[in-house]
Ligand binder design. Structure first.
Ligand code: AMP
Ligand code: GLY
Length: 426
């Protein structure tokens, strides 16, 4: 099969890597891709603002399967248009991707179907939002309704900060995405992501993972796209996992009731509260960086999973997972998630990958003709280690990090520590 992956982050490199382990794959393409996908397949330049160009390119290049990584092409109907043209495409259609494209849509769906989530209000004007804030006690969470690359969320420790966040949203900091605001009750507890494959009928959960959204150690600093991740998650016992899985099944059932045919990955972002797991948000795609620790643990051929989701026969498939643990540390450009520079030469990736179990997934990188890899984004590399225990995976990941360098490199030193503490190993 000739497979085209849309996207260019660490997630897409991990998807390309999983596809390259399939015996069914003969050629791999990534649009736009990054320095890492260029080493494992062919990067192609397709205009992505209009999905019609994806179809054009896929037809001209005899593509058998399109896999859409990021939310933006999903929300504008990349899968709809591929399927309508007879090209198998993995991911939800636009109607389903709306669960990520609009936080208020997601909250209203949860309210309608009694899915546990934070109490909330939705506001289209600053005045109404401010009035609602007057009735609340901090902390509260202020969210831009639309897509803001994981950065449109402010956890406000007092109401002054909450009011400032509302003002920023309506002042256009997130463009149109912030012209509607969701204000939420703060949920206390560990965070955990559970991604599932679904074909609209069957739900097959992946292994849980824990992201680290804040920029700095000890969960300080601004929210980012994610600074590191590990899997499995020791605080998630079997009973909790069963509750989270039931919530994901309930969500897919809600889609059916709403007449939405949802196939692809559904990502549940949870807080494990004292009252059980509650949904923070849904994403309509693989998580980034969750994918970088989840897919390395998947033993089933990923092409079979993608095709079964598209052809609605996931009930015939059982997913097999490795018992190994995985830890991934994000190396970011200094200044991320705010202003940062690009174009810094990266050293040490090959040496890092010589450590047993270590794989370096590229995110914001570009490969020069002479083989040098340069930084080209905020999140640059995902240094991932797979090992029999979380402690070993964590120490190998950081051993690998120590071998890599670029100017102004920034990373968290505490990825996976929470897991070790939960296990009583730190
Ligand atoms: P979201 O994009 O909605 O997942 O929000 C980004 C991050 O903000 C989450 O991963 C949480 O760390 C935090 N967050 C969002 N909503 C809440 C909430 N209601 N309570 C506590 N933390 C939250
Ligand atoms: N890791 C968070 C996300 O993919 O949105």
């Amino acid at each position: 099969m000739r497979v085209l992956v849309i996207g260019g982050g660490g997630r897409e490199h991990a998807i390309i890597d999983a596809l390259s382990r399939s015996s069914k794959v003969t050629a791999l393409f990534c649009a736009p891709g990054n320095g890492g996908t260029a080493l494992q397949g062919t990067n192609v330049n397709i205009e992505l603002f209009d999905p019609v160009y994806i179809v054009e390119w896929a037809e001209a290049n005899a593509i058998d399967l399109v896999v859409v990584g990021p939310e933006d092409p999903l929300v504008v109907g990349a899968v709809d248009i591929c399927l309508a043209s007879g090209i198998p495409a993995f991911g939800p259609k636009a109607a389903g991707a709306h669960i990520e494209g609009s936080k208020s849509f997601a909250k209203d769906l949860m309210a309608k179907y009694d899915i546990p989530t934070a109490k909330y209000g939705v506001f289209d004007t600053s005045e109404e939002a401010m009035e609602y804030l007057d009735t609340l006690i901090a902390p509260v969470v202020v969210k831009a309704d639309g897509l803001a690359a994981g950065k449109g969320v402010v956890v406000a420790t007092d109401l002054i900060k909450a009011r400032a966040a509302v003002t920023e949203c309506f002042d256009g900091r997130y463009g149109d995405a912030g012209q509607r605001v969701v204000i939420e009750e703060f949920l206390d507890g560990p965070e955990c992501s559970l991604l599932v494959f679904t074909d609209g009928k069957t739900v097959l959960p992946m292994v849980p993972a824990q992201d680290h959204k804040r920029a700095y150690d000890n969960d300080e600093g601004p929210n980012t796209g994610g600074m590191g991740v590990y899997s499995p998650v020791p605080v998630v016992d079997e009973a909790t996992l069963a509750q989270m899985t039931a919530i994901m099944e309930q969500t897919v059932a809600a889609f059916v009731s709403e007449g939405i045919d949802y196939r692809g990955v559904l990502y549940g972002g949870f807080i494990l509260t004292d009252d059980g797991p509650k949904v923070l948000e849904y994403n309509a795609r693989f998580g980034d960086p969750e994918t970088q620790v989840v897919l390395p643990r998947l033993k089933t051929d990923i092409v079979d999973v993608f095709m079964a989701s598209i052809e609605q026969c996931l009930d015939e498939l059982t997913l097999e997972w490795s018992d190994d643990a995985a830890v991934s540390v994000v190396l970011a450009s200094g200044g991320y998630p705010d202003v940062y520079e690009k174009g810094k030469a990266i050293k040490g990736i090959d040496a890092a990958e010589r450590i047993e179990g270590v794989r370096v997934y590229h995110a914001g990188t570009v490969l020069a003709k002479d083989g040098t890899v340069f930084t080209n984004g905020g999140r640059v590399l995902n240094v991932t280690a797979v090992a029999p225990t979380l402690a070993e995976a964590r120490s190998r990941a950081y051993e690998a990090v120590d071998l890599i360098s670029f100017q102004d490199m920034q990373y968290r030193t505490d990825i996976g520590l929470k897991a070790l503490r939960a296990l009583g190993e730190a």
